[in-house]
Design a protein around this ligand. Structure first.
Ligand SMILES: [Zn+2]
Length: 327
């Protein structure tokens, strides 16, 4: 088995009423945690790399680690693990080209900060090169709030996707999937207290996703795969673990999992999850350090971090995305 595109994955996900998880990767432990979960749950998988991850770990390291995960799936589980390797938030043609030339099977060109016309032009340029090389492309309309690596959009600059633009965008660019903004947000601080209400435990409850926009987009693009970014749920167990072990993350809050499950049943075929894995890793390491102040072998604290990444990914595959058993 080699690296595959998301074309077949999305077709089956659309028809089957589930979504594929797209998890961000930066290092070996994260890749192992995610892929071991996917192997055990027999789930198709998208591993995505941001430009920040590429700078941190370097392209060749990430590609070889992902190839190693595919070999491990075959050798340890006798399983053909389908993995799509995707560029998250490509912002220039050159970056997309470099990832396509370097073996990625999918790229995102995020032209959402440009005018509608310039977004079309840039996206079209990437699509032409990508399709010539057997690679699929994700475009974006509308702007999510929040911070993710190099992408930083304030609440005032954020805007929902306008359904009346989607047909023209898809027709003129030839993209294979479309990321839309319906109220998800990047990072662990997706909403200000002013945007939320509080539940009886004092935890912030965010405003609901705009399913009306998703429905309108789906009507205009029947059968077309939709992508949701910024879809971590910020599990309060891990926020608590961080805060109880020397961390300080007050009012970190995410998208409720029931809403993501509902989205996964619809035209949404790809759901991006990054912050939840970061929280699992950081919480595990903080707890380990507090409980074992004398330990200094990185394997000792990276092992529980990797195990908790695997657990949370399994939970997402089974209970949120619905893609377990679909590979
Ligand atoms: Zn994103």
């Amino acid at each position: 088995m080699s690296i595959v595109t998301s074309k077949e994955m999305f077709k089956k996900a659309y028809e089957g009423g589930y979504a594929i998880g797209a998890f961000n990767v930066n290092n070996m432990e994260i890749i192992q945690g995610i892929t071991e979960a996917a192997i055990e749950e027999k789930a198709p998988l998208i591993l995505q790399v941001s430009s920040g991850a590429r700078k941190y770990a370097k392209h060749a390291y990430l590609m070889k680690l992902i190839e190693a995960a595919i070999i491990d799936a075959e050798e340890s589980a006798g399983f053909d693990l389908p993995i799509c390797v995707h560029l998250d938030h490509g912002d220039t043609f050159e970056l997309c080209k470099s990832c396509i030339d370097g073996g990625f099977s999918s790229v995102m060109i995020d032209g959402s900060h440009h005018s509608f016309e310039d977004n079309i032009k840039l996206t079209r340029q990437v699509v032409e090169y990508a399709h010539d090389h057997g690679v699929v492309v994700e475009g974006e309309l509308g702007r999510l709030a929040g911070i993710e690596d190099a992408v930083n959009v304030s609440a005032e600059d954020a805007s929902y996707t306008r359904p009346d633009e989607v047909e023209e965008f898809v027709a003129k660019t030839g993209v294979d999937s479309l990321a839309i903004a319906i109220g998800t947000s990047h990072g662990a601080y997706k909403f200000t207290a002013a945007q939320c209400t509080r539940n009886e435990k004092g935890i912030l409850v965010p405003p609901p996703l705009r399913f009306d926009i998703l429905e309108e987009v789906t009507k205009r693009l029947p059968g077309f795969p939709i992508v949701l970014h910024g879809s971590s749920s910020v599990p309060q167990d891990f926020v608590k673990m961080i805060n109880e072990n020397g961390g300080k993350m007050p009012d970190a809050v995410g998208i409720p999992e029931e809403q993501l499950r509902e989205a996964a049943r619809s035209a949404v075929c790809k759901i991006n999850i990054d912050s939840d894995l970061r929280l699992a890793m950081t919480g595990s390491i903080r707890k380990y350090f507090c409980e074992h102040p004398d330990h200094f072998d990185p394997r000792q604290y990276l092992k529980p971090a990797r195990a908790n990444i695997k657990e949370i990914v399994k939970h997402k595959l089974v209970n949120v995305l619905g893609c377990a058993g679909k590979a």
